[in-house]
Design a protein. Sequence first.
Length: 124
Amino acid sequence: MKRDYISALAALSAAIAVAFGAAGAHLFHDQAALWAKTGADFQLIHAVAVLAIRIKIPNKLPSLLLLIGAFLFSSSLYSLALDAPKIVAHIAPIGGSLMIAGWLVTAVFFWLGQSRHMNKKDRP
């Protein structure tokens, strides 16, 4: 059986999201709790999305854009929650842009019919 590193990273990403979501609910307060919750929400949603996309789209690009984007976005918020210098906040827009790119690339693959389980007659 072939190893699927991207799906493994997505599952690990989901675990990290749950951990920071719990920290946001129980350990952090005020703005730090909000940063942890926002980071966890985005990271968990994108981890699950990557697992779903991996089933349908054989190309790795959409999954990588979503994973890297979610990692950069969420880790910058987690860092802020852990009292990192505010300059770290400048990483979040890069991650957000990569997540948007990942969704756009996903849309293009579906639009072009380049997903698994499509019959040749269903492709444009």
